[in-house]
Design a protein around this ligand. Structure first.
Ligand code: ZN
Length: 268
């Protein structure tokens, strides 16, 4: 291998890395998706055709990070956000499947990098009844909060969203998920209530919605499960018991919003 000069090695690395990136982008051709990403200014709409009666409701679990924004892998109080998000996601998947939901994940391993836009497109493609974005906060506060988009925002590529139906349903979902957390985490973590994307830094910079919300055609909530910069919160989410309690509380909230199986006649 004497021909492999350092330059050639770099080229080889670039060549092997490039197809991996392409592969990530390619399996996402969906009519709805292209409509959303091309029509700048047009709000994505909620799926109009309801799945048949008896179909299982799909819940998309999105364990936050690594994304194009942050790796989430810096250590705070002995753990990392990416680890905590992934650990709870795995338990939440079990809890939801045990209750009869179909679960779609946006990541297949803890360290997988998925862009926030692509996370939304995965939920859209799955026609999820709800997308749950799991995160941990870092701030001077402590405790949990549930965020939803209460207005359209605009992404860097000009795409505006989400649409009015998604906003309305996300509000309902946020209240339900918060109710589950509020009840299930009583006495363990501080309850910071329901908040809006606009109350986040990135959301505010984008006119009021997080990227994962802008591209979402399905109801979407972001759960800041704990404040990892708080030592007590970090201790809670580091334990198996804390992770399980978090997952069960979220699942309780999901059950308040959507049944695991679609009824024959849909009541409004
Ligand atoms: Zn995060």
């Amino acid at each position: 291998m004497r021909l492999l000069t350092p330059l050639a090695l770099i080229l080889l690395l670039l060549l092997t890395y490039a197809p991996a990136q392409v592969r990530k982008e390619s399996p996402r051709p969906s009519k709805k998706v292209s409509k959303v990403s091309k029509a700048a200014g047009a709000a994505p709409e909620a799926p109009s055709e309801a799945p048949p009666a008896g179909a299982r409701a799909v819940v998309c679990i999105d364990p936050g990070h690594p994304s194009e924004v942050a790796s989430g892998q810096n250590i705070q109080n002995g753990t990392s956000e990416t680890y905590a998000n992934w650990a709870v996601a795995a338990k939440l998947r079990e809890a939801l499947e045990a209750r009869g939901y179909e679960v779609v994940m946006t990541k297949s391993s803890e360290g997988e990098l998925v862009r926030n836009k692509d996370r939304a497109l995965i939920a859209n493609r799955a026609r999820a009844a709800l997308m749950l974005r799991l995160h941990c906060d870092a701030s001077a506060e402590r405790g949990f909060a549930v965020y939803y988009p209460d207005r359209r925002g605009r992404a860097k590529d000009g795409t505006a969203g989400p649409g009015p139906d998604v906003i309305e349903e996300s509000r309902r979902a946020a209240r339900a998920v918060h109710a589950g957390l509020s009840e299930g985490l009583k006495g363990a973590l501080t309850d910071n209530g329901v908040r809006t994307d606009y109350q986040t830094k990135v959301g505010r910079e984008q006119g009021g919605a997080l990227t994962g919300s802008i591209f979402s055609e399905v109801p979407v909530v972001t759960i800041e499960m704990v404040t990892l910069s708080d030592p007590g919160d970090a201790e809670f989410i580091k334990t198996e018991e804390g992770q399980r309690r978090m997952a069960e509380s979220i699942a309780d909230g999901v059950a308040l919003y959507v049944a695991p199986t679609r009824a024959a006649a849909r009541k409004k």
